[in-house]
Design a protein around this ligand. Structure first.
Ligand code: 5HY
Length: 247
């Protein structure tokens, strides 16, 4: 099977890390394709960045449909464009926040999220309610790290994230940590060893969830609101999205 992991920001070094983490856990028979769109924000930190990242994300879904991709992972903790992507895709589309939260909810009666900026905490809070995970999520914590700080070797990111995880576990009385940024994927194993609790990285959780669904023949429902988009003309720079016939 072929799983396409889309990092909706345009920072290739982060995409490379995400792809490596995915390949580490993927089955030998699973081909992992990890991409960033040609156009879009270098990092996604808020509603504006998320909105502008969705066109590039959907470009990658369109290309994937032509390449016979079996499932997609949206590798950004805001799960941007998730439902639009599901309309366009045939196979499952999994967001890393959704995957990580669901995984944490069966490993502990309560989990904490540790993410980047304070504004991203509010977006994560909205997601917990959308996913019905608010009854499991005991707290959402900012490290005040910018997303691209995670790409800087001298950012001291590991120590800062570890400290925030320790605080979250104590303050929230939670039993597991969800790391709230795809760029933190490389920290996950070290954090788990240091903390002695499950630390869930949505990238790897989403890959294994997608693999499992494809393996049992499950695809995105095309009955109701996730049916393929209605063919219509798109003007200007979006003309490439014009579809003339129903799929
Ligand atoms: C992410 N932004 O996972 C999110 C994290 C955040 O560019 N990749 C990004 O801070 O919302």
């Amino acid at each position: 099977m072929k799983i396409k992991i889309i990092n909706p920001n345009t920072t290739q070094s982060m995409t490379d890390k995400i792809g490596a983490a995915a390949r580490q856990v993927a089955a030998a028979s699973t081909q992992i394709v990890a991409v960033s769109p040609q156009h879009g924000p270098a990092s996604i930190e808020g509603h504006y960045d998320e909105a502008l990242s969705v066109v590039g994300l959907l470009d990658e879904i369109r290309a994937g449909e032509a390449d016979g991709v079996d499932a997609y992972v949206i590798a950004c903790f805001g799960d941007p464009g998730l439902l639009a992507a599901r309309e366009l895709a045939t196979g499952p589309v999994i967001g890393i926040a959704e995957a990580a939260m669901h995984a944490a909810s069966v490993l502990a009666t309560g989990f904490s999220v540790v993410t980047t900026l304070a504004r991203s905490c509010i977006i994560a809070e909205h997601l917990t309610r959308n996913y019905g995970m608010d009854k499991f999520c005991r707290g959402i914590h900012s490290t005040d790290l910018a997303v691209l700080d995670l790409e800087k070797p001298d950012s001291d990111a590991y120590r800062i994230v570890l400290e925030s995880c320790r605080h979250a576990l104590a303050a929230d009385r939670s039993g597991a940590i969800v790391i709230g940024c795809a760029g933190m994927t490389v920290l996950c194993e070290q954090l788990q060893d240091a903390l002695g609790v499950p630390v869930i990285d949505g990238v790897t959780a989403a890959v294994k969830w997608a693999e499992g669904m494809v393996a049992i023949g499950l695809k995105t429902s095309k009955h109701g609101d996730l049916v393929y988009p209605i063919p219509k003309p798109f003007a200007g720079e979006l003309a490439r999205f014009t579809q003339t016939e129903n799929r």
